[in-house]
Write a protein that binds this ligand. Structure first.
Ligand code: DOR
Length: 442
């Protein structure tokens, strides 16, 4: 009889109270012991000496394109990319084809994910004026991450441009609603700026600061009116951060690694439409406001907004080029590089990528290293120097805006419910991801 199925041995473990030298014993997919476990009979051992063991990274915003857009990505390639990048759980977005706007479409995603997903997963239900009255029931379906709303048009046809529609979604249900906040009327008004063709660096002029701020203000007003918590995705401006600070009773905040890392106009000069995403990468002044919001605790969560398109699609002349860039595999390396540069602490990163998602979305048994929790770990080498390369990306789209970037810090192993699914950039075993469980009523 072995005491544990797996022991993560000799690592520096990031526990809720801080980092400590400890072994972790895993039994039946759960954390069974944390402490000095030398001498115990174990089935398998993962040598973590010199490495840090983080709670599994949860990426609460990815687009994996299945069904309907699988020439860009599918649930297998997207989750392989996640696991390769140290991500143990993903929340996937509803702007697929068909849209995920009813229970059969949600169920179809779980069916497709079974035996093909490399990591654990939840799926968002798209909120529309048509399905609003059902959302209170549908958001509670097993594995559903909640409701997602697009206030401004982006990839796909999911859109809720007016206050009446938005209010009807907010008025139906209780869970936190994730929102892409760009103001559709203003986008339409400003479209002539780029409609006839323009360099990609006009993207942040078309989708300007006021486009984001106007939508976020409308959203926050309605959130307070209806008493419904909202999660405002990929914030890009200091003005929104100032506003969000006034609405902490109803609003949580996400930023992405790319908005913290890339800067206009340099990124458009270097990458053209590969740097094009919604909301846009903005200038350094705005980027600094995002870092300040990380420092002062305002940001709750980091999501990658992994939004792959093929290179052929991205190389269409702007603005026919679609918005979005892959990111689920580069989230951990980029953010560890920021840790190495002293821009945030490892503890704050764990807060943004594990504890934050758990707290906001009421995830059951994940998000911290704690007895009885799922044995999900992102094992990282804070000192490893690597170069991010497109050839190492598992996403079907086959590119990354960070190709050629040298980073300090790299995910060395991904462990999901006690199974080592990635070690030294190799995926191991077979896809065995499961639906996320949520705490009832959250
Ligand atoms: O740039 C983006 N691309 N932003 C979004 O909100 C959607 C995403 C996509 O699905 O391509």
């Amino acid at each position: 009889m072995t005491a544990f199925d797996l022991v993560l041995a000799g690592g520096t473990v990031v526990l809720p109270g801080g980092a400590a030298e400890a072994d972790i014993g895993v039994r039946d997919g759960r954390i069974a012991a944390v402490g000095a476990l030398a001498g115990q009979a174990v089935a398998d051992r993962l040598d973590c000496r010199g490495l840090h063991v983080l709670p599994g990274v949860i990426d609460t915003q990815v687009h994996f394109r299945e069904p309907g857009l699988t020439h860009k990505e599918d649930l297998e390639t997207g989750t392989a990319s996640a696991a390769a990048g140290g991500v143990t759980t993903i929340f996937e977005m509803p702007n697929t084809k068909p849209l995920t706007v009813d229970p059969p479409a949600l169920q179809d995603k779980f069916t497709r994910a079974r035996g093909r997903a490399w990591c654990d997963h939840a799926f968002f239900m798209g909120g529309t004026a048509e399905n609003a009255e059902h959302l209170g029931d549908w958001e509670r379906l097993p594995g559903c991450a909640g409701v997602k709303v697009f206030m401004g048009s982006s990839t796909g046809s999911l859109l809720l441009p007016d206050d009446d529609g938005l209010e009807s979604v907010l008025a139906n249900g209780r869970r936190r609603v994730a929102v892409h906040a760009e103001d559709e009327p203003r986008l339409e008004e400003r479209w002539p700026l780029v409609a006839d063709g323009a360099p990609a660096h006009r993207h942040p002029d078309w989708r300007d600061i006021d486009t984001a701020v106007t939508a976020t203000r409308r959203l926050l007003t309605l959130a307070r009116k209806t008493g419904r918590p909202v999660h405002v995705l990929h914030i890009t401006t200091g003005a929104e951060m100032d506003l969000l600070a006034q609405y902490r009773d109803v609003a949580s905040v996400e930023v992405t690694p790319q908005h913290l890392t890339l800067v206009a106009p340099d990124c458009y000069d270097r990458l053209g439409s590969l740097a094009q995403m919604n909301p846009p990468i903005r200038d350094d002044e705005q980027r600094q406001t995002l870092w300040r919001a990380i420092d002062n605790g305002l940001v709750d969560v980091m999501g990658s907004d992994h939004a792959p398109h093929t290179l052929e699609e991205k190389h269409k002349p702007y603005p026919q080029s679609p918005s979005g860039m892959p990111g689920v595999q580069t989230l951990v390396p980029l953010m560890l590089d920021h840790v190495a540069a002293g821009r945030l602490t490892l503890q704050r990163l764990v807060d943004l990528t594990s504890a934050g998602p758990q707290r906001l979305f009421g995830i059951s048994g994940k998000g911290r290293i704690s007895l009885g929790y799922d044995a999900d770990f992102t094992v990282v080498d804070l000192k490893a120097r690597r170069t991010i390369e497109a050839s190492g990306m598992r996403s079907r789209c086959g590119w990354t805006p960070f190709d050629g970037m040298s980073v300090t810090g790299w995910p060395m192993a991904t462990v999901i419910r006690g199974a080592v699914v990635m070690r030294e950039d190799e995926l191991l075993g077979a896809p065995a991801g499961e639906p996320v469980r949520f705490i009832d009523g959250q």
